[in-house]
Design a protein. Structure first.
Length: 383
């Protein structure tokens, strides 16, 4: 079995992993590799096209819709805003003009209420959040990115960390790195990776006890040729006590198709007993109750149940409330893993755990910590 070597190994190709890889490149660190278990990059950033079919978030496209994170707030998240400007990405305000619909039961007609604009305004990216993944991927050396490479085990050796990986061909591969940046949620890292020797007990407990943002949730999107609800003076926003969606928003793409998006309020363990097609049928029926018959015939629709995604959720996430938790320590203060292992997933951000901004914050914090441990004269060298 061939052993591959890199100075820094990044585990996870979501937003945090991509930001870390790019920042390291910018600092002249070329001897790195990014290992992503999925066949595509983006992690919890998931996009579909106008027909509701999944698309590779690493490919540029303007007319696509998110089933993962969608919004950000520049006034509160300047670090993310600076990154978007650096990448030349375009943003726009969430559409909120018109009335809000409130549905108290499926037997009663929805009530129209005066809508209100968010303050500060919620912003979205042209091309969806997949545009952020595509922009970062385009700036990386293609040789460092390995998709369909699932890390299984990390073994601490005297001078490096050895990683056991299931590669894209289904074979077992080995990588060695001086430092490892874990761009996974803390809980998922504990549940999916074997650490030898084990992590310090208190650190493992803190990581295991950190809920993964989005893991308990399911999201639905329906795509249309035009935002017909706006002609009725509606904002596309709705709140419902009848479900299955508890909260709905207009996620139309300027210059592209229109869309309505909702968060399902049905618990994960209940959703598990129902097929995706049945859930989608109930979501379409709810949109008809709210917005009329035209809402029942989308060009395409899609549902993503994150609780059923083994690369996002664990058993502990099935009954979780899905709140943003306080960030745990990102590294060991003592012992074998000190200075060798740094958590950089979004949940490790002290300011914005779970958010897009949290992924950027945690990744850039991890890169700074990582660079402190690298000989400046050897950053650009190859093994």
């Amino acid at each position: 079995m061939t052993t591959n070597c890199a100075r820094i190994v990044i585990v996870g190709g979501g937003l945090a992993g991509l930001v870390a890889a790019w920042r390291l490149q910018q600092h002249g660190v070329r001897d790195i590799v990014l290992l992503e278990a999925r066949a595509t990059l983006g992690g919890r950033i998931l996009s579909v096209d106008a027909r509701g079919s999944r698309v590779d978030a690493a490919q540029s496209a303007l007319d696509r819709f998110n089933l993962g994170p969608s919004w950000f707030w520049p006034a509160m998240q300047p670090q993310l805003d600076r990154l978007l400007a650096e990448l030349g990405l375009t943003s726009f305000e969430q559409f909120e003009e018109g009335d809000l619909l409130v549905e108290r039961s499926a037997q009663l007609p929805p009530q129209r209420m005066r809508g209100h604009a968010s303050d500060p305004p919620s912003m979205r990216l042209a091309g969806g959040t997949g545009a952020l993944v595509a922009a970062l991927h385009a700036r990386l050396d293609p040789a460092i990115v390995r998709t369909a490479h699932a890390v299984r085990r990390l073994h601490r050796e005297a001078s490096h960390v050895e990683l056991t990986v299931d590669d894209a061909a289904g074979k077992v591969a080995t990588w060695q790195g001086e430092q490892v940046l874990v761009a996974l949620p803390p809980r998922l890292a504990v549940n999916r990776l074997v650490f030898d020797p084990p992590l310090p007990p208190d650190l493992a407990r803190r990581w295991q006890g950190t809920p993964t943002w989005m893991a308990p949730h399911a999201k639905y999107v329906a795509i249309y040729g035009s935002p017909f609800w706006r002609e009725q003076g509606l904002s596309g926003s709705a709140r419902s006590g009848a479900g299955p969606m508890g909260e709905i928003h207009d996620v139309s793409m300027p210059g592209g198709h229109a869309a309505l998006f909702g968060f399902l309020g049905v618990p994960a363990r209940v959703r598990r007993q129902v097929s995706d097609e049945v859930l989608r049928m109930h979501c379409r029926a709810q949109l008809v109750r709210l917005f009329g018959e035209q809402a029942g015939a989308p060009l395409g629709d899609a549902l993503q149940d994150w609780a059923a995604d083994a690369l996002t959720a664990s058993d502990d996430d099935q009954d979780a409330a899905g709140h943003h938790a306080a960030a745990p320590p990102s590294s060991a203060g003592t012992g074998a893993w000190q200075g060798r292992l740094i958590g950089i997933g979004s949940e490790w951000s002290p300011q914005f755990p779970g958010y897009l901004a949290g992924a950027v914050d945690a990744a850039e914090r991890g890169v700074r910590q990582c660079l402190d441990g690298i000989d400046l004269d050897s950053r650009g060298s190859d093994r």
